[in-house]
Design a protein around this ligand. Structure first.
Ligand code: PLP
Length: 477
């Protein structure tokens, strides 16, 4: 594509993006297509001849847009909602244009050094101690895998990196621990690391879905007595179902007593610590060996951007660094100007810090904190209406910007009936296209999650949702 054509279509694309973002509320949030609809409109064979950019952009609009679920819509309140903010989108565009691969310091010094600086800024914004080494991965699922690989490497004298686990009589069966509310990324990491699902013990929770530390310590002791080798605990600050916060200080004490690696999953909840008055949620996290926060969840950063911090970069490196001759250089000067390929499985690395740097600068500490506070305020507003309603109930404390609720009409107490009713209610609301909600089950109770986290979500949206929930319930009773 020659520069003039690029300029012409580039302007068109930017105009398209600006229109799209300002009209994000006009689309049905959940794509209305059925499975296979997109496949059927697309040609099964690749084009033989070049096609015009005009035609390609027109097909993007006509054929693909109907199959988009709009995470940018103000009514998107499912899972953990996120935002492609302006500075983040511009950062992505520049990243694509530069097309750097920050595997070695020399293959993009700016990308490597900016990643270190930006993550140190973020560390300061979160109130985490110095030093903490940070790297950006695609997702928290990748990050937890890397963190637990480091935890496995930290086990003294087993040399698992060199010798593996299989067929060794000198390696006891490994155990790691998380609560029943931890994200399934922990299970996947256990599977990939050869620890297996049996090697992951799920610890029970209290009535607020926080890990039961007495059960944790008892289980570790039972496992030791039975010949298992405990090596890590995953604590969560802001669990996926309910945003509960595990008691990290007590878990850190247990980890210290038993020499276990402490990984904290703060993928969503950690970002709240940007508001100084919410720093308390991170209590104990300064003692974590590794910790994850996801700017692509609640820091207005387009997918993907997940930050893995560790106090033990040398262990991460021991787990992953492997330098073939063709990648050997003399320039890596230590953890401040590292070769980032040394801290994970991926060799090629996108320049993800650029968008995060732009976001931190564009909003500033004050701006980020104000948005996070506003989301929490909206969650409290909805919580107050729920608490005052005779026909709805709040299922958990509202600590961040997630509200867990269910309809519970007066006089209807059959749990199966309530589950069916709430599922119908959520599906009907999702089908109208104005909102997208998701669900979880708490003590087998179907629970609707309202996850507020998009920059475009306003108080009016929350009021409209509350009206829709109430009006929809009337159809049932
Ligand atoms: N941890 C928590 C607490 C989450 O809520 C999620 C996703 O929602 C993850 C980890 C996984 O995040 P990712 O999609 O970045 O792998």
């Amino acid at each position: 594509m020659d520069p003039e054509a690029f300029r012409r279509y580039g302007h068109k694309a930017v105009d398209w993006i600006a229109d799209y973002l300002s009209n994000a509320a006009q689309y049905p949030v959940l794509s209305q297509l059925a499975p296979g609809d997109i496949r059927h409109v697309l040609p099964a064979k690749p084009p033989e001849e070049p096609e015009s950019m005009q035609q390609i952009l027109a097909d993007f609009d006509k054929q693909l847009m109907p199959g988009i679920t709009h995470w940018n819509a103000p009514g998107f309140m499912a899972y953990f909602s996120n935002t492609g903010s302006g500075p983040g989108i511009l950062g992505e565009m520049l990243t694509a244009a530069l097309n750097t691969n920050a595997m070695l310091w020399r293959t993009s010094p700016a990308a490597t050094e900016l990643e270190q600086i930006t993550l140190d800024w973020l560390r300061q914004l979160l109130g985490l101690p110095h030093p903490m080494f940070g790297v950006i991965n695609d997702t928290a699922s990748t990050g937890i895998l890397y963190a637990l690989a480091a935890a496995r490497e930290a086990i003294p004298k087993l040399y698992i990196r060199q010798k593996g686990i299989g067929g060794r009589s000198d390696v006891p069966r490994l155990r790691l621990y998380c609560s029943q509310e931890a994200h399934s990324a922990a299970d996947k990491a256990a599977i990939v690391l050869g620890v297996g699902q049996e090697g992951l013990r799920k610890i029970g929770t209290d009535n607020q879905f926080r890990m039961d530390v007495t059960e944790l310590e008892r289980t570790i002791e039972e496992d030791l007595a039975a010949g298992w080798l405990p090596f890590a605990v995953v604590a969560t600050v802001g669990t996926t179902s309910t945003t509960s916060i595990d008691p990290v200080p007590q878990i850190a004490d247990i980890c210290e007593r038993h020499h276990l690696w402490l990984h904290v999953d703060a993928a969503y909840g950690g970002m709240a610590a940007i508001a100084p008055e919410m720093r308390g949620i991170m209590e104990g996290c300064e003692r974590a060996d590794s910790l994850i926060v996801n700017p692509h969840k609640w820091l207005f950063t387009p997918m993907d951007c997940s930050v893995l911090y560790t106090r033990k970069p040398e262990v991460m490196k021991a787990a992953f660094s492997l330098i073939p001759e063709f990648l050997r250089t003399n320039e890596s000067l230590g953890d401040e100007t590292p070769n980032l390929m040394d801290y994970g499985n991926a060799l090629g690395r996108r320049f993800r810090s650029l968008k995060l740097w732009m976001i931190l600068r564009y909003f500033g500490h004050e701006g980020l904190a104000a948005r996070i506070r506003e989301h929490c305020r909206l969650a409290q507003l909805l919580s107050g209406w729920l608490d005052a309603s005779p026909n709805f109930e709040r299922m958990t404390p509202t600590q961040f910007s997630l509200v867990c609720l269910r309809a519970h009409p007066q006089g209807m107490d059959d749990e199966e009936q309530l589950n069916a009713l709430n599922e119908r209610l959520m599906n009907r609301i999702n089908a109208t296209g104005r909102f997208l909600l998701s669900h979880t089950k708490l003590h087998r109770r179907f629970t609707i999650r309202v996850a507020i986290g998009n920059l475009r979500t306003s108080e009016k949206d929350i009021r409209d949702l509350w009206t829709e929930l109430q009006e929809d319930l009337v159809k049932e009773i």
